[in-house]
Ligand binder design. Structure first.
Ligand code: NAI
Length: 246
């Protein structure tokens, strides 16, 4: 699979799953634009990605702010004159049981995970429609399918991404734009490092493949979903979870 001549925009691309997707796509020829709120990680990511020889653009952009997103996408279009792929990856958690969950923790998670996905998808959809093609992949979570105690806000945001994906896939199909979601299970990243050993051990027991996933496992599926090999796949949610949820 190759992405020569393609331009990819990845949100939250400064580390973790987003950076892994950026690396994989750059390796197979895509120019990369990443945004993140973490400026230090962004600079480190840019240096790492430039080693691929591809063009790399970064922006300290908060996906919850539509104007910021739109002006970054305009900069991408000014530089590359196209945008072929959007990966909605930026995400946060603010866990807590419902009775103790603050309104601000609810709002923060819904804003970044779900509204951020809406903002970026809306902003790329016009240029993609003009180009008569594009690929949009959003990183949901199996928690958006199963639910999880202590993660009502996160589950609602990820379930929302799944419903959003199915709707937008139907809206954009006639414009040759494929819209899919990936639902990872437990992937080793900074986000999951902060979980307790007890919780990690109990989760391991629920994974038939007997191990946690790697960021590359998600990146490999993302590459397939933006390649020509998946041209007839849209509106789908594909799990990368070691068999945890069936
Ligand atoms: P991470 O925390 O390592 O990376 C997320 C990135 O998003 C960070 O660089 C962060 O600065 C950025 N970000 C946060 N708020 C932002 C905002 N408002 N605007 C722009 N960027 C922002 O997390 P990880 O593990 O790489 O997760 C990536 C995605 O995968 C998230 O959507 C997460 O919910 C999802 N996911 C992760 C799983 C895991 O086990 N690690 C499992 C299922 C889903």
């Amino acid at each position: 699979m190759e992405l020569k001549g393609k331009v990819t925009f990845i949100t939250g691309g400064a580390r973790g799953i987003g950076l892994s997707i950026a690396r994989k796509f750059a390796e197979v020829g895509s120019d990369i634009a990443i945004c993140d709120v973490n400026e230090k990680s962004l600079d480190e990511a840019a240096s790492a990605l430039k080693a691929s020889g591809r063009q790399v653009m970064t922006g300290k952009i908060d996906v919850t702010k539509f104007e910021e997103v739109q002006s970054f996408i305009q900069k991408i279009l000014d530089k590359f004159e196209r945008i072929d792929i959007l990966i909605n990856n930026a995400g946060i958690t603010r866990d807590g049981l419902l009775v103790r969950m603050s309104e601000s923790d609810w709002d923060a998670v819904l804003d970044v995970n779900l509204k951020g996905t809406f903002n970026c998808t809306k902003a790329v959809s016009k240029p993609m429609m003009k180009q008569r093609g594009g690929k949009i992949v959003s990183i949901a979570s199996i928690i958006g399918i199963t639910g999880n105690p202590g993660q009502a806000n996160y589950a609602a945001s990820k379930g929302g991404i799944i419903a959003f994906t199915k709707s937008i896939a139907k809206e954009l199909a006639s414009r040759n734009i494929n819209v899919n979601a990936i639902a990872p299970g437990f992937i080793e990243t900074d986000m999951t490092l902060k979980l307790s050993e007890d919780l990690k051990n109990s989760m391991l027991k629920m994974i038939p493949l007997g191990k946690f996933g790697k960021t590359e496992d998600v990146a490999n599926l993302a590459l397939f979903l933006v390649s020509n090999d998946s041209a007839y796949i849209t509106g789908q949610v594909i799990q990368v979870d070691g068999g945890m949820v069936t």
